[in-house]
Design a protein. Structure first.
Length: 368
């Protein structure tokens, strides 16, 4: 067994781990809550000038590292979230520091941060960690705004922020001081449940336009490319009527400027013996911003909404069309395959796809 297996343990999803316990796990990295004994690794990682090539003046002294680690430990005690030790899953070695921290200047904002050992740069680990952290925050800390500040000469970090789903919305000075260095300022999109009173014509038109764009890009949301406006509008009308009648809930993903970037429905209130079940329907993201983590953000945000706003729901279900590589997408977000009907879907005379069912518990615990 690796050091991760013996020295750390998982925690309840969304809850703060105990010191030394696992917080988040990605394909190659484990983030765990820090402990005072991390100081040696903290100093090693944060006093390597090779990792401060874009901002050498920002490299802390060993004494400042001690102060920063102490601040990190306090953040976890007070906010139940913070910066964490990043461990290589294969070896258990500490290879970086990453997490989310409330900003002193705006306690509503969670700042995204990561720093990796020099020999682990360039392998996509920053992207992998950042994508997981942003999705976690949208699901579990919806009252906070996920932000990041990046030196505009650090092209790799700028790409990582965008890949994690963050959107540059301006420039701010580091430390919010007049003479601070200007930095590119990023914010995450928001996932929100739409109140019945807001299910109006403007939103309906935006949703219809988005759905047709997804269809024409080959998205699996009930139609094939070229589906008519009339056909899509008829299905959308039925979903919105369910939402108005309380049988369904529309959730939307919005760009920081308010533009609609994605949507999905929770179909619920099925009656006995399915009162505890909600089904995910029509999950879709604007094809012009694909591969920027927005699908994962939308899915995580919707699970968080189900947990908070559908208290009677315990189990989440979905069906998807095979052949599009969706299994790994949902599995990464905690869903398990529970059924598969080979050739259960016929898209044309020669195109048959598997009809696949997946499920997860709303509290994130394992099925069974």
């Amino acid at each position: 067994m690796s050091a991760i297996d013996t020295d750390t343990k998982p925690h309840e999803p969304g809850e703060a781990p105990e010191p030394g316990d696992v917080w988040l796990t990605t394909e190659r990295v484990v983030l765990r809550r820090p402990v005072p004994g991390d100081l040696e690794d903290y100093v090693r990682l944060h006093t390597d000038p090779r990792t401060y090539a874009h901002a050498p003046s920002s490299m802390p002294s060993p004494e400042r590292c001690r102060e920063r680690l102490s601040d990190d430990l306090i953040d976890w005690e007070q906010d139940h979230v913070g910066y964490a030790a990043a461990l290589d899953r294969a070896s258990g070695q500490v290879i970086g520091w990453a997490g989310l921290r409330h900003k002193d200047s705006d306690h509503r904002a969670l700042n995204l941060y990561y720093r990796l050992a020099h020999d682990r740069l360039g392998g996509g680990l920053g992207r992998e960690i950042s994508r997981a952290l942003v999705a976690w925050a949208v699901e579990h800390r919806p009252q906070s705004l996920v932000t990041a500040m990046v030196d505009d000469v650090n092209a790799a970090s700028l790409r990582t922020a965008a890949s994690a789903g963050l959107v540059q919305v301006g420039v701010r000075r580091m430390g919010d001081e007049p003479d601070g260095k200007p930095m590119a300022y990023f914010e995450a999109p928001r996932v929100e449940a739409v109140p019945v009173a807001m299910l109006g014509e403007e939103l309906q038109e935006a949703a219809l336009g988005l759905w047709r764009e997804v269809n024409d890009s080959g998205g699996s949301v009930g139609f094939l490319p070229g589906a008519s406006r009339h056909a899509v509008a008829a299905v959308l009308d039925r979903h919105l009527e369910d939402a108005r009648e309380g049988r369904s809930m529309l959730c939307v993903l919005r760009h920081p400027d308010g533009h609609l970037r994605g949507l999905g429905f929770w179909q619920h209130s099925f009656g006995f013996p399915y009162e505890h079940v909600a089904r995910l329907e029509r999950l879709m993201v604007d094809p012009s911003v694909q591969r920027r983590n927005l699908g994962r953000i939308l899915l995580g945000g919707m699970v968080g909404i189900a947990r908070r706003e559908l208290p009677h729901v315990e189990l989440l279900r979905l069906d998807y069309r095979g052949g599009l590589g969706l299994r790994s997408f949902y599995a990464t977000a905690g869903w398990s395959e529970v059924g598969r009907l080979p050739r259960g879907l016929r898209l044309s005379a020669t195109d048959y796809r598997d009809d696949v069912a997946m499920a997860r518990r709303v509290d994130g615990q394992l099925l069974g």
